[in-house]
Design a protein around this ligand. Structure first.
Ligand code: C2E
Ligand code: MG
Ligand code: MG
Ligand code: MG
Length: 282
């Protein structure tokens, strides 16, 4: 069912079953097996530079293809995995998988940084940190950690230490979903990051809303002043792309550039759309 997998829509098989806590627990007990059976996969969405149209990096987004329940989207199972602690296994698996896929891309002459989503809970988990650094060390990986669920960062001291350790290991740090939460500015103070991703909620109205354009251009100035590059996420149309490029966003991500792609389709994306000279190391 390759065709089915390349269609990126995530479908809720049975909504009612997911509100049932017993069912969620059952689902989570299946996750470890699912990873082993490759029922979970990483899809990759390109992040395109506005300056020259090259691909700066790709974001890994996990998909769970459940044998009985069908496609289960990350918006559904990531929060449950966070509650049950399974997020650690999942994220460690995704680090290993991304490093493996990155090496396969390199073997084809495609050099791309890979961005992984790391929940705020894991950022302050010292056992996870030790394991993650162990997985990354010595394998010449080019990774970005997108820190999600930042509202959960209760321990700024440990978060700052973790970020310093990851950056020392060559991992770049990105603040995900910026502007979606209420206290985003405090995370700029707290997290020493390389990249800021402006949330889709601030992006989609940009053609019609002068207010949103003002917020974005000020955010771009702020981020650049702090030494960060700016990514606009959820860009679905060319006119939105043009406005955001004009406002100084460095990188654009969204369906207009590409949907998240299964690994094999990502290879084809580069075969079709880019000559070797256009590829850059993000
Ligand atoms: P995110 O990191 O902010 O990822 C962006 C989400 O927006 C993805 O949804 C992506 O498929 C979707 N998207 C991309 N372009 C567009 C667009 O143009 N329009 C619209 N409407 N949506 C677009 P997805 O893959 O369902 O992931 C949802 C969230 O789940 C992610 O948000 C991230 O927070 C989390 N997530 C996904 N994979 C992982 C993972 O491996 N680990 C962790 N911890 N979280 C993950
Ligand atoms: Mg992300
Ligand atoms: Mg995001
Ligand atoms: Mg999100």
């Amino acid at each position: 069912n390759q065709a089915d997998l390349s269609d990126d829509r995530t479908v809720l098989y049975d909504e009612a079953s997911f509100v049932d806590p017993d069912n969620n627990l059952a689902l989570m007990s299946e996750l470890r097996d699912a990873l082993r059976r490759s029922d979970v996969s990483l899809h990759y969405q390109p992040k395109r530079k506005t300056s020259d149209g090259s691909t700066a990096s790709v974001e890994a987004l996990c998909r769970w293809h459940h044998p009985v329940r069908g496609r289960i989207g990350p918006d559904l199972f990531i929060p449950i995995a966070e509650q049950t602690g399974q997020i650690r296994v999942l994220t460690e698996w995704s680090i290993v998988k991304a490093i493996e896929d990155q090496a396969a891309l390199r073997a084809q002459g495609v050099h791309l940084a890979i961005a992984l989503n790391v929940s705020g809970r894991l950022l302050v988990d010292e056992a996870f940190q030790a394991r993650a650094l162990q997985l990354i060390e010595g394998c010449d990986a080019d990774l970005i950690f997108e820190i999600t669920e930042t509202a959960v960062i209760e321990n700024p001291k440990i978060a700052a230490q973790a970020i310093a350790a990851y950056r020392a290991a060559g991992v770049r740090i990105s603040i995900d979903d910026y502007g979606a939460g209420l206290s985003s500015l405090s995370y700029l103070k707290m997290l020493n990051a390389d990249e800021l991703k402006i949330d889709r909620s601030l992006i989609h109205d940009v053609v019609n809303s002068e207010r949103d354009r003002l917020i974005i251009s000020s955010t771009v100035d702020l981020a650049h002043g702090l030494g960060m590059t700016v990514v606009a996420e959820g860009v679905e149309t060319e006119d939105v792309f043009d406005v955001l490029a004009g406002l100084g966003c460095d990188t654009i991500q969204g369906y207009w550039v590409s949907r998240p792609l299964p690994f094999n389709d990502l290879m084809r994306f580069f075969d079709n759309r880019h000559s070797e000279s256009e590829m850059t190391i993000g």
